[in-house]
Design a protein around this ligand. Structure first.
Ligand code: PMP
Length: 419
């Protein structure tokens, strides 16, 4: 395979397992939806930094703003002291995202990663309700610290912590079992004093499970979860770390279902540039922490604020979200063709917006396809409990040419792998 630079393994011997093994080359440059390695090979990006690069690599406007800010000796690190980039982000987020949607939330900076926003959401819910348990769902993924991991429904990952904390209750996600009404089950467990289940502090969910296999909950199911939460004073936490920032077509993934969470977790693409940033949105009445009750050294990265404000410009017109839905249709059309034309895939297309996947019942096939695609110049990952889903997560700014080229590579890979 001419594109694989095997020396990379020598240099990386001291590193624990990482993506350098799945994508064994040294990447050198990236722009928009493309990357280049040090040998000049070109790659199309259907991975987008696991959802951290919705606006692509090195967006011109973000790059310019960053350069200006650094050259004028703007503060890089300032804990959570007031700075202009921080103020500008707060103002932009209110003006561009919250106000037009009539959403009343306070914004908190919980720490730099997705896991940090989840931790803060769990802590708030437990403090507000003075209850301990949190309902989570089969195949959920919420992060790698012990709290977030304890509400992650994946045994392999949970056991990475040795003993997961006992405060989560894993319930069946929408469609987890055929012909099984998971919500009636959950309601019964919570409403019935004889069930042995304590009234939980919160329910945490992804509207489309990313790491869990691109499982999209129906809007009806999401609405029923919300109703249950309202009826029993349980906080509804939507983890929009991967599905948010436009990934499913609207800025928040849950907007389409018309639900109104108590706490919203955003990270990955909130900075727009790939710089680490996370925010937690909380209904104002839950702003109960005193100063210092939740702090962290890297809570306010000014470079991330600079690019985050710029990223929000994409949301000033409806054109951007319409374009995501149009691109989604292009993808779905061809992915469905693949499934029909190659029945040996035993495949099914799933997902919403530009968070799509082909799940295959054939063991190991999705991983082989991802590998074959990399060798042909496409960066793509798998997800799901058995890595059974080829996960399609391109930058939202990808154009038609990039979409078709990437899909051509997937088709070539299918042909090569199926022989
Ligand atoms: N929640 C969801 C839904 C995620 O997809 C992820 C990351 N894949 C996280 C939380 C954790 O984010 P991070 O890796 O930035 O800590």
């Amino acid at each position: 395979n001419p594109k694989t630079d095997l020396n990379v393994f020598e240099n990386y011997e001291s590193e624990v397992r990482s993506y350098s093994r799945s994508f064994p080359t040294i990447f050198d440059k990236a722009k928009g939806y493309q990357l280049w390695d040090k040998n000049g090979n070109e790659y199309i990006d259907f991975f987008a930094g696991a959802g951290a690069l919705n606006y692509g690599h090195n967006d011109d406007a973000m790059q310019q703003k960053l350069t200006e800010y650094i050259q004028r000796d703007g503060l890089l690190h300032s804990l959570d002291m007031a700075t202009n980039p921080r103020a500008e982000f707060l103002q932009q987020f209110n003006e561009v995202i919250l106000k037009p949607r009539d959403m009343d939330y306070k914004i908190m900076f919980p720490g730099p990663t997705g896991t940090n926003t989840v931790e803060s959401a769990l802590k708030i819910a437990r403090k507000v309700t003075n209850r301990e348990k949190v309902v989570t769902f089969t195949n959920a993924f919420h992060g790698m610290t012990i709290g977030a991991l304890s509400v992650t429904g994946n045994a392999f990952k949970r056991h990475g912590a040795g003993i997961p904390l006992p405060y989560s209750m894993v319930m069946p996600f929408d469609d987890y079992m055929d012909h099984f009404d998971s919500l009636t089950y959950l309601e019964k467990m919570i409403d019935d004093d004889g069930s042995g289940v304590d009234l939980p502090a919160a329910v945490i969910l992804e509207t489309v499970q990313g790491e869990g296999g691109i499982n999209a909950a129906s809007f009806e199911w999401l609405k029923r979860v919300e109703e249950l939460c309202r009826r029993r004073d349980i906080l509804l936490i939507v983890d929009d770390v991967q599905a948010g920032c436009g990934r499913t077509g609207t800025f928040f993934s849950f907007e389409q279902a018309g639900i109104s969470p108590d706490v919203i977790c955003l990270s990955k693409s909130i900075s727009g540039s790939g710089l680490p940033m996370a925010i937690t949105l909380i209904k104002p009445e839950y702003d109960i922490w005193g100063p210092g009750e939740h702090n962290g050294t890297f809570r306010g990265n000014n470079l991330a604020f600079v690019t985050a404000s710029e990223a929000l410009n994409h949301w000033k017109t409806n054109e951007f979200s319409d374009s995501i839905l149009n691109k989604s249709e292009l993808f779905k059309k061809r992915l469905n063709q693949f499934v029909e034309e190659y029945p040996e895939l035993q495949g099914k297309v799933q997902g919403r917006g530009l968070m799509l996947g082909i799940s295959s019942e054939k063991e190991g096939l999705s991983g082989q396809l991802a590998q074959a695609a990399f060798e042909r110049g496409l960066i793509i990952e798998t997800s799901g409990p058995d890595d059974e889903v080829l996960k399609i997560l391109p930058p939202l700014i990808i154009d038609e040419e990039g979409i078709e080229k990437g899909l051509d590579i997937i088709e070539e890979s299918i042909k090569a792998v199926l022989g």
